[in-house]
Design a protein around this ligand. Structure first.
Ligand code: FES
Ligand SMILES: [Fe+2]
Length: 425
């Protein structure tokens, strides 16, 4: 396909083909720099959750790609998303991961900014002439900020599609996840698990919706989680009727709704007490009515990713943080359901640690796979990575999404198709 060469002379149309991608995309530092500009400084990125900063003065610090930011709630309840870079000489003005403060005072020369980013204090101000106005030196702000069901997204680019348009079909899956709360709200205040790995950021995104690997890489975990009784081949295997779906805009899903419903609610048995379940079911019925409540509970949380940094699997979501071409940190956020019985929320919390913790049943396998992957790329023998699995058996669904068998690479192709678009834009 004809594409324009990027400023570094690379032709992404050549490196990303319909059925394969070039290994260089995972280890070339020039490509990583290009991704920072074209993806991480342009796309909508997930940044934080509203429930992390409920009170005036609450803030969290994050990174949007490599750019450090502060997300702060001001006295009027507004959410302010500011670059964490002093307008004097560039120090970060806040180093804590979270807290409550009405102002951020740069430690270097003491310039002080309120939680809307306005410069409110300059020590020894007489050193500046009358043309100096504090109003000219606020912290820079992310040009676009949007929220969806409590999730705060932002873009460092002033132009581009609106958040809802960009989320597209993935927005309905966010609804499916949040609607598991009897009050329609998530609480994301249970801390964060961080894993770093020596590998490229795209591996974690691709792996999150790779339905080919779970029953192989995670076989031991799958046997444990179904206590040897479940039919794993019917969940993550050739006999599964789950679907791999390209949702558009780089979002992709492993649709386990039918599998979960058949298995009585979840791939992972929730192990709730009868009483807790009855209370939860009653609360859900009050909000949705009996039939809809049963349907929502039975299909459980959706399994999907939103390009480039947000992944929903089971009860948590995770956020991808690129560090360099071969180093990445993943942040796992357990989620609680507002209005659900304590026991159910406790169970959700412990599941995150059991499955995704440092000694969890699943996550360590994936991190090992990423590092082996990155190491394998050091052998520059055949640069192509195959992504053709199931290309011959995909369908276009009535709503326009492309879907294939769960073990097919429809989801990886979804990510790469959008990647190519973003990198050649
Ligand atoms: S760098 Fe922040 S006050 Fe000087
Ligand atoms: Fe995995």
């Amino acid at each position: 396909m004809a594409t324009m060469l990027a400023s570094n002379g690379l032709d992404y149309g050549e490196l990303v083909r319909d059925d394969r991608v070039n290994g260089r995309l995972y280890y070339d530092p020039a490509i990583f720099q290009d991704e920072i500009e074209k993806i991480w400084r342009r796309e909508w990125l997930y940044v934080a959750h509203e429930s992390e900063i409920p009170e005036p003065g609450d803030y969290v610090t994050r990174r949007m790609g490599l750019d450090p930011v502060i997300v702060a709630r001001d006295e009027d309840g507004g959410v302010n998303l500011m670059l964490n870079r002093c307008t004097h000489r560039g120090n970060t003005v806040c180093q804590s991961e979270r807290g409550n403060s009405h102002a951020f005072r740069c430690a270097y020369h003491g310039w002080t900014f309120n939680n809307r980013g306005e410069l409110v204090g300059v020590p020894y101000a007489a050193g500046y002439d009358e043309s100096f106005r504090k109003a000219d030196f606020p912290l820079a702000r992310a040009p676009r900020v949007g929220t969806y069901r409590g999730l705060i997204f932002a873009s460092l680019s002033p132009d581009g599609p609106a958040l809802e348009e960009r989320l597209g079909r993935a927005g309905r899956l966010l609804d499916q996840f949040v609607d598991l709360s009897p009050e329609g709200e998530l609480i994301v205040r249970s801390g964060v698990l961080k894993h770093s790995y020596r590998g490229n950021w795209k591996m974690a995104l691709e792996n999150s919706v790779d339905g080919y690997h779970p029953n192989i890489l995670h076989h031991a975990a799958m046997v444990m989680m179904t206590r040897g009784k479940g039919d794993m081949e019917a969940i993550f295997g050739e006999r599964s009727d789950a679907r791999a779906r390209d949702l558009g805009n780089g979002a992709a899903q492993l649709d386990l709704n039918a599998v979960n419903t058949r298995n009585g609610g979840r791939v992972v048995p929730p192990g709730w007490s009868r009483e807790a379940y009855a209370d939860y079911r009653a609360a859900m019925e009050r909000r949705y009515g009996a039939d809809e409540a049963d349907r929502i509970i039975a299909q459980g949380p959706p399994h999907f990713c939103i390009f480039p940094n947000l992944i929903f699997i089971l009860n948590q979501f995770r956020v991808i943080q690129p560090v360099s071409v071969d180093e990445t940190v993943i942040h796992y956020y357990p989620t609680l359901l507002k209005g659900a019985p304590e026991e159910i929320n406790q169970r959700r919390l412990s599941e995150t640690y059991l499955i995704h913790g440092p000694a969890g049943r699943v996550a360590p396998d994936d991190f090992e796979a990423y590092e082996r992957n990155q190491e394998g790329f050091s052998a520059r023998v055949n640069e192509w990575l195959l992504l053709r699995r199931g290309l011959h058996r995909e369908d276009r669904e009535p709503n326009g999404a492309i879907a294939g068998h769960e073990t097919d690479e429809t989801t990886q192709r979804a990510i790469w198709r959008y990647y190519r678009e973003a990198m050649t834009r």
